[in-house]
Design a protein around this ligand. Sequence first.
Ligand code: ATP
Length: 237
Amino acid sequence: MADALQVTQVRAGYGAINVLWDVSLAAAPGELTAIIGPNGAGKTTLLRAIMGLLPLNGGSVTLGAQRLDRVPVWQLAQMGVALIPEGRMLFDGMTVEDNLLIGAFPSAQRAYAARRLEAAYAMFPKLRERRRQLAGSLSGGEAQMLVLARGLMADPKVLLVDEPSLGLAPVVVDELFGVLARLRQEGLTIVLVEQHTERAVAIADHVHLMQSGKVVLSQRAKDVRLPELHEQYFGLA
Ligand code: ATP
């Protein structure tokens, strides 16, 4: 059984500005945990804090019995945690395949990288077709698939995904969410930050709603009542 990711009483921010106020939540192994909430609620900041990209001013992050907030980011990657950042961040002047091979770090052995590459192409057949193309020539949807595939190259146990649907057409978002659902079925623990509340709730096992740097609601996805959620937290009737 894989380990649960546990965030406990986390405080973090940028310099003197504190953003997260005692955030606690758990992501159960093999489940998809969605983090929703309005702009500026602190969702991206939370993923950065989990990934060790921001120092904590309080609290802890654990994966099973291991403290994640006390190890450097590269070690976190080795422990099986991967962050798929918002905004793609591909190497546009490199081919699709070279972008993928960068993600095979830290296990750079050739045979391992080749196996992971094959797994990536099996999951994303379009990337195989385009493997010699420059990443900068991909469509938005293909680029997002490539970012996801790159994150999977190191064979993570926990995937932190930040706003993958940003700027994508609905049909492409469908495809992307299909991939996330498949990864979840394969046993990956996924933490998904998403602006599309309905879509996030539809795909998730568990939902945490953030507002002003705090978790204000945690529910099983099947118990979420979307109209009430919108009215109460997003200011929409
Ligand atoms: P969005 O969907 O708009 O990205 P979010 O819920 O992910 O929203 P964050 O990006 O985590 O929110 O931002 C939370 C707060 O932290 C905001 O008030 C934002 O202005 C602030 N913030 C984000 N990045 C920085 C930074 N680099 N320096 C200072 N403040 C920041």
